[in-house]
Design a protein around this ligand. Structure first.
Ligand code: ADP
Ligand code: MG
Length: 757
């Protein structure tokens, strides 16, 4: 019956919103955010303070060069960070890493140690607090239970976590006022193979940085003998994180949400998102309480969370930080997801990061805003007022177009998962064909270069005036004219869009770690920058530097060769699918096919040549992805079957029984077997039978999947081709039953209850 549901709903109504105290000074005045920002982070200045000057200098050198720290330096850092952390209540430390599970992993160790001393009176044991440089640098968690895609057999299951010195250590508060020191780490095998997401991300960042430096220094001449102008380029990332929040007690009544992160059955209520009244609407107080508490903790952790707002679907929200260096931004995104979950739990809510928790309303993405920056803080995708830097801008831009042209299939791989599959191409989500949106103006710029004609409206005034109810606001516009107009010229249907001074990879799923998509993007761009640099060298011949004409020639060449990936139209339309096919763009519909792109020589050669993946690492990742996909679907199918058998059918039986009894009773009174109860019963009965058939069919398909064999690829493909359709059929029938069964008997929360507070 619905008793548990009603109790949950009542509980939800009666609950008061949790309040937290924002930090205050002793005199009661608020502490400004900037004053406590990153107070739980062990920063470079703190390391500087703790180390003798030469030791700090060598630490910096080792950090930048990504070399292993020497023992002396490591010991000094370890000592300093232990005191810092213990003064803040830390009792434990942990290497915090990113195995290929999409989440983070940690195993805690106490600082507590025992020290034995021996004297004529015997052994004396004393408790001490200790943390050595060796413990800081490296730990050896039991790696055998993390996915390795067959790269290690269990007997050689050694895996090491090694401190990533480029990401600062931090403490996170636990219960009882204690905390834990987190050491951001990479996770590698005994042979140095990457077992995680971070190692490959760091490799890709360094490759794209090198390739960009080479191009920039080629087009930016310096006097003979002088240092090259650019010595370091890094990628920047800002992740817009979408998520749903639901009531935790209602959530706990839905086995599908609990076990799979999405609803496997359920009908949309009459009013959902069609009024567009949720987007940017006022946030419910429970949500505000959760967001603010999460933000407070994130500020302390040095995560620069900036924006928060309601999203399109009911109960859907978004949070975005200020962009940072990519690998730090990835760490911070994962931390944000952790903190949000934790704080929501305290507020009796549940965060859903799944890409499609509810059928029929918008899904959630994680738009990855990506660009490249020099160490002088110049954004390489910023069109500027200086024509010479616009050559740079255009060369970088065509490099990215070329990257998508060459490796669009691989970008598709990087966003493939069983959960994102439900989102891509549905309800305002980007399609599976990877194309690039540049906006009207930039398109015109490229077209004019290609056609060797002047740019239309090239000479717009630097100050563009916007009239706003009589007042005039001055808006700065860069010299690539009207480029700021693209900010409003949004194309939500594009998976990869230029948005003013960065690209936005919109197809990335809300649940996945941004690490792999960014790794792939970095890799593709690194390779592409090398191609563009090579083309420039060829064009300039024996000259020491390319002339402007050389640059234009190369830009033109790549504009022409990458035309197929540029698409400004409606990415949802049927027409685009045909058009994309005509252009020869891959349209990879299913995840198992997308994963196989990893082994496609076009992509795998690029990745191995750049040293971002080894061939073994690629094979292992391919296996892990296929296996996870197959397992995800298997869990969903068995969850669905169990729910239907043990909850939905019994509810329908109960209601049918009552109807049948009533029909019987009323016949005694009224003398004939007609009446509305009979009509209801007759409507219900065939659907109940259909559901039984659908469950049997689903069980049968699941059974067959178990017998596909040992081949994970075949299993994943079977799950996609047979299990998913069987689940959809069962769902369709169950959704009919939800309407036909009296609410009183329906055991699990409806969408109408889950999607409104
Ligand atoms: P929009 O609303 O246009 O999507 P926002 O200005 O809100 O853009 O930015 C969205 C995200 O993009 C934020 O996380 C922001 O920090 C990030 N971002 C802005 N500039 C860059 C950049 N150069 N590189 C990477 N991310 C960026
Ligand atoms: Mg955006």
């Amino acid at each position: 019956t619905n008793q548990a549901r009603v109790a949950s709903l009542q509980d939800n109504i009666n609950r008061t919103t949790r309040t937290i105290q924002y930090p205050r000074k002793p005199d009661g005045k608020p502490v400004y955010t900037s004053e406590f920002f990153a107070e739980n982070v062990f920063h470079l200045p703190q390391i500087a303070k703790a180390l003798p000057k030469p030791a700090y200098a060598s630490f910096l050198k080792q950090m930048r060069g990504r070399q292993a720290l020497d023992k002396g330096t490591a010991d000094a850092v370890a000592h300093a960070v232990r005191i810092w952390a213990m003064d803040r209540g830390a009792t434990h430390f942990t290497h915090w890493f990113q195995p290929q599970t999409g989440t983070t992993a940690e195993k805690h160790d106490a600082f507590l140690s025992l020290k034995s001393s021996f004297s004529p009176n015997g052994e004396e044991v004393t408790a001490i607090d200790a943390f050595s440089g060796t413990q800081l640098l490296q730990a050896e968690p039991d790696a055998s239970s993390f996915p390795s895609g067959g790269m290690r057999t269990t007997f050689e299951a050694r895996g090491y976590t090694v401190w990533d010195t480029t990401s600062p250590m931090f403490i996170q508060e636990g219960p009882h006022g204690t905390s834990v020191l987190y050491i951001p780490s990479v996770f590698i095998s005994y042979n140095g193979d990457a077992l995680d997401e971070k190692t490959v991300l760091l490799r890709s960042t360094s490759q794209v940085g090198k390739a960009a430096c080479e191009l920039l220094n080629l087009i930016d001449p310096v006097p003979v003998g002088a240092q090259p102008r650019v010595s370091h380029v890094f990628t920047t990332l800002g992740t817009e994180q979408e998520y749903f929040l639901v009531d935790r007690s209602l959530y706990s009544l839905r086995p599908d949400l609990k076990h799979t992160g999405r609803t496997l059955i359920g009908n949309l209520p009459p009013k959902h998102q069609q009024m567009d009244d949720h987007y940017f609407g006022r946030m419910p107080s429970k949500v505000m309480a959760t967001m603010s508490e999460a933000e407070l903790e994130l500020f302390r952790l040095g995560v620069p969370v900036k924006t928060r707002h309601n999203e399109v679907a009911p109960q859907q929200f978004e949070l975005a930080p200020i962009f940072e260096e990519a690998s730090l931004a990835v760490d911070h995104n994962l931390l944000t997801m952790d903190v949000l979950s934790k704080v929501a739990h305290k507020n009796k809510l549940k965060v859903l990061f799944h890409e499609k928790p509810f059928k029929g309303v918008n899904g959630s993405g994680k738009h990855c805003n990506w660009s490249m920056s020099t160490d002088r803080g110049e954004n390489l995708l910023d069109p500027t007022v200086k024509p010479e830097t616009n050559y740079r801008f255009l060369l970088v831009l065509v490099s990215i177009l070329h990257a998508v042209q060459q490796h669009g299939g691989l970008l598709r791989t990087s966003i493939a998962s069983s959960s994102n599959e439900h989102r891509l191409g549905a309800c305002e989500a980007p399609p599976m064909i990877v194309s690039v949106f540049l906006g009207e103006h930039l398109t015109e710029v490229l077209n004019s270069i290609e056609e060797s004609r002047p740019i239309k409206n090239f000479s717009v005034p630097e100050i563009q005036s916007i009239k706003l109810g009589g007042t005039v606001l001055d808006v700065k516009v860069a010299s690539l004219p009207n480029i700021s107009r693209d900010l409003t010229d949004r194309n939500r249907t594009s998976p990869f869009a230029f948005t003013g001074n960065k690209f936005e990879f919109r197809a990335v799923g809300s649940k996945q770690s941004p690490a792999f998509p960014v790794t792939v993007l970095n890799a593709a761009v690194a390779s592409s920058l090398q191609d563009v640099t090579a083309a420039l060298r060829e064009q300039m011949g024996s000259k020491p530097y390319p002339s402007d004409a050389d640059k234009v020639a190369v830009i033109k060449k790549f504009i022409s060769s990458t035309k197929a990936v540029r698409f400004e139209g409606d990415g949802y339309s049927e027409a685009w699918i045909h058009e994309a096919e005509r252009r020869g763009l891959p349209n990879i519909k299913t995840s198992p096919e997308a994963f196989e792109q990893l082994l496609n020589p076009v992509h795998s050669n690029m990745l191995t040549k750049l040293g971002i993946f080894t061939a073994t690492e690629l094979q292992s990742r391919h296996m892990i992805l296929q296996e996870r996909y197959a397992k995800d679907i298997l869990v969903e199918a068995t969850t669905l079957s169990t729910m239907l058998n043990s909850q939905i059918l019994p509810a329908a039986f109960e209601y049918r029984g009552v109807l049948a009894q009533n029909v019987h009773l009323l016949k005694d009174i009224e003398g004939e077997e007609s009446g509305p109860e009979l009509v209801a019963l007759q409507a219900l009965t065939p659907v109940v039978k259909d559901l039984q058939t659908a469950i049997a069919n689903l069980d049968d398909v699941v059974h067959k999947m178990h017998h596909v064999g040992d081949d994970v690829v075949a299993e994943a493909k079977f799950a996609c081709a047979h299990v998913l359709p069987a689940m959809n059929e069962a769902r369709a029938v169950a959704d009919k039953l939800e309407v036909l069964t009296a609410d009183k008997y329906y055991p699990i929360p409806h969408y109408s209850e889950l999607l409104w507070f």
